[in-house]
Write a new protein. Sequence first.
Length: 463
Amino acid sequence: MRSRPSSVTVAVAVCVAVVAGSAAGIAAYGASRSPEPVAASPGRHGDVTVTVRLWDEAVAAGYEKSFATFERDNPTIHVDVEVVPYADYAAALDADVDAGDAPDVYWLNSASYADRAEAGDLLDVDQVLGASARRAWSAPVTEQYTVDGRLWGVPQLSDGGIALYYNADLLAADGVDPAVLDDLTWAPGGGEGDTLLPVLEQLTRDAQGRTAADPAFDGTPVQYGYNAGQDLQAIWLDYLGSNGASLEDAAGTSFELDTPEAREAFQYVVDLVQQHRVSPPAALTNADPDHSREQFTSGHMALFQSGLYSLAPVAADADFSWGVAHLPAGPEGRVSVSNGIVASGNAHTPHRDATARVLAWLGSTDGSEYIGADGAAVPAVLGAQAAYYEHWADQGVDVSPFFDALATGDTIPAPTGIWGDAQPVVDPVLDEMFLGTTSVEEALARAQEAATATLEDGRGTPR
């Protein structure tokens, strides 16, 4: 999070206008602005402390600014922002919930909220804030966290879709026009109509400057074309969707990893790593999820497929001209995953009134605009999104490709609660597949069997 983009087309004015129009009527519902100050029941020291836990340092910095304003208007409530790294987050939360020591408010993602809701650990947002409050929030995020008509968290972040970051300097040096990126298409096996693979080969070079398409290419790139790898959100889930496959069935009650369409999609991505050598070796990317991003920001990768969650790090670390294009399309078109994050209230909190005030603040424009003001993330509160778009417009960054991917409605659902239990047993198998030690066919059969077993032994919670 250190330098600054250059030579990036600005085209976010439309996004700002859309957000402004969407948010214009929200004030009528009473959720776009902060709630009226109210005194909470004083604690032992004359006030109540509400703890809010999350895993994102950048958003936490925005929260600190936000809660400074909240505390000014609610002097009997102190908010303590607690950051737990994502790698440790789920285990720490499980332990705290089991011990009866969970924070008053905590972030959840789509793979973890269903079990918490079923166990009675979460506050029903519609009951706490009123059903009309959800009208101020991103509809896809509210739908993602609604089960049987009940919403289990206040929407905080809306990821948008997945897009393609590009190094404009490397593209120019290799003779690739950035305009062609918006029309790239992949085909199973690199067959007829595949325009992605030739571009990736042209952008991949060894130490002698030979491209991956050159028969003399030594298979050890010093410049990678792309970041294919074992990355669910940025890579393989989108390939599944664009080939008509999915991770789960439509009801979120079973897995669909081992289908002909899934095998074709995974084989294509694995081949980019193992056969064509246009992406970093899995031995590096399996062990370090940030490896490809660091290769891109250091100038050693031409194309980096990711989401808005990578925008701030790319903008800070890249010291070359870069831009954003649409992600490649597949046989079923351009299909992206979209995900959101919620702040859920602890149903067992001893400070229910104060916790409700904090949740209301987080769901308001005044409370959430700090998230977007520094470009850290897209707030899921509609009225707060304009600050995010304006921030990146001022930086000269076009974020529209992330939202164009969703505008068509061609999306693949984010994983649900059943994936939370299956992921620990599936990921090692997929790691082997990307390493090339297990074939795609065998790996997906094993992954499907292991994932299904988590449902059959009661560890998964079908939704």
